[in-house]
Design a protein around this ligand. Structure first.
Ligand code: FHN
Length: 450
């Protein structure tokens, strides 16, 4: 008998530990409140690489010499058709509530009129930025976008690359791909970090970004900097502390030095973590395969894939940052605007099942969709509509008030509650071919029965 009890206990332990155990719901720091509720944002990769139209890594992948790239690509960048109001309208209509735009990407071209002297072109004679290095003139595209965001209740945020292939302190590292840039010397490193902080202070004082989104922090756990591994965890901690002194309410991602638990949120990229994290997170995704405009990349993901990925991310308690790559003239590719329009069509009906929500209350995920919850509501996102006319979900501890289709809230659906299951009778046809939402109105925050 004892043997059977032992086996039973062992089996029970295996089963309970084999489901995706939810980590305890974490506390959201107050300054992240708006960000956590927003759930859905627009990423914009826009820089002199947009003029070339081969993506934002062209300088590296095409092995450009710095002088050639700056003369043939950057100096010709002329985004005269850039229309901040149109871009913000696209974001708003798509249901996006914040915008992160590249202020400086890896090639080091600054999108604003930086006064930090070391950010010059390869000759050392001209400042390497949109205002001073091109014929574009006096317009400040970051300020234009900031103003358009403010006029439309969208949060304005900036991306900044820590590594900088254009800066005299570094050279691009094709060999040791693990770090992508090599630092000339220890004194060059100290000077670069000083000047990078000066640039960041400029960005904060001028644009007051709601989020500073760092990238290009590739490093191993190098405790002592080396020419190839010149950015360390300590540097990341120091950078974070420097920034929060300048702007205490500004949100900063973990890529001040990733994988050390730094920053205010984790940012996996082009993937959805299998299990919820132990702190807030955001994943970023391209619409095609490129971040910066790539004239040869027509491989756009379907609207269905993007909407269903947004839902999956939110069901696992993440934010979704979907990217656009405007062309060199500043216009947005037609496939991008078309995709945003279609996402917006879905969000106009179902957006409330995304905004201000949190992860699924259940330990496991069904194979036909995802659960998302908020106070008083369980949103059942059904990707594959049941042919049986009935949807079965686990019971909740909460009292059920009513069950209905989000797209038809006037007509209540019949349901039964038995043996740990809620069975909901559904109409034959799905209200939405990509993702229909069934809503259960409950008392309080939805809680799984077990
Ligand atoms: O190298 C960058 C890349 O160009 C792009 O900016 C993405 C988006 O976050 N981040 C890095 C690749 O992981």
């Amino acid at each position: 008998m004892k043997k059977y009890i032992t086996i039973f206990v062992w089996v029970a332990l295996v089963i309970c530990c084999s489901t995706k155990t939810l980590k305890a719901q974490y506390q959201i720091p107050e300054k992240l409140g708006w960000w956590y509720e927003a759930r859905f944002g627009m990423f914009i990769h826009f820089g002199s690489y947009s003029y070339l139209g081969h993506g934002e890594w062209a300088f590296s992948i095409e092995n450009w010499k710095k002088a050639d790239y700056q003369e043939k690509v950057s100096s010709n960048f002329n985004p005269e058709e850039f229309d901040a109001n149109e871009i913000v309208r696209l974001a708003k209509d798509a249901g996006m509530r914040y915008i992160v735009i590249t202020a400086k990407h890896h090639e080091g071209f600054s999108m604003w009129d930086t006064k930090v002297k070391s950010f010059k072109d390869v000759t050392g004679k001209k400042m390497y930025n949109l205002r001073r290095f091109t014929t574009f003139g006096k317009r400040d595209v970051l300020m234009e976008l900031k103003k358009a965001c403010e006029a439309n209740d969208i949060k304005f945020c900036l991306y900044y690359s820590i590594l900088d292939w254009g800066h005299s302190s570094q050279k691009i590292n094709h060999i040791d791909g693990s770090t992508f840039s090599s630092m000339k010397s220890d004194s060059a490193r100290t000077a670069y970090i000083r000047d990078m902080k000066a640039q960041l202070k400029e960005l904060i004082k001028r644009y007051h970004p709601a989020v500073l989104w760092f990238d290009g922090d590739w490093t191993r756990k190098a405790d002592k900097p080396t020419p190839e591994k010149w950015w360390t965890k300590e540097d990341g901690i120091d950078l974070y502390n420097y920034l929060v002194k300048l702007a205490p309410d500004m949100i900063i991602n973990e890529r001040v030095a990733r994988s050390f638990g730094l920053g205010d949120f984790e940012c996996p990229e082009q993937e959805v973590p299998e299990t919820p994290s132990n702190r807030q997170w955001e994943t970023c995704q391209t619409m095609n395969k490129s971040w910066g405009y790539n004239e040869n990349d027509h491989d756009y993901k379907s609207v269905k894939i993007l909407i269903q990925e947004l839902v999956k991310v939110v069901s696992r308690d993440g934010n979704y940052l979907l990217n656009i790559g405007p062309k060199g003239d500043g216009t947005v590719p037609v496939q991008t605007t078309d995709t945003l329009q279609k996402i917006g069509d879905w969000m106009k009906i179902y957006g409330e099942s995304i905004y201000g929500t949190t992860r699924s209350p259940f330990k496991t995920e069904p194979d036909w969709g995802f659960y998302i919850k908020k106070e008083g509501k369980l949103y059942i996102h059904v990707f594959s509509w049941p042919k049986t006319g009935e949807l079965t979900i686990p019971t909740l501890k909460n009292d059920i008030k009513k069950i209905y289709l989000m797209a038809d809230s006037e007509n209540e659906l019949n349901y039964t509650v038995n043996n740990g299951e809620i069975k909901i009778s559904l109409p034959e046809d799905a209200p939405n071919e990509i993702n229909s939402v069934v809503v259960i109105d409950v008392e309080g925050l939805p809680e799984a029965s077990e």
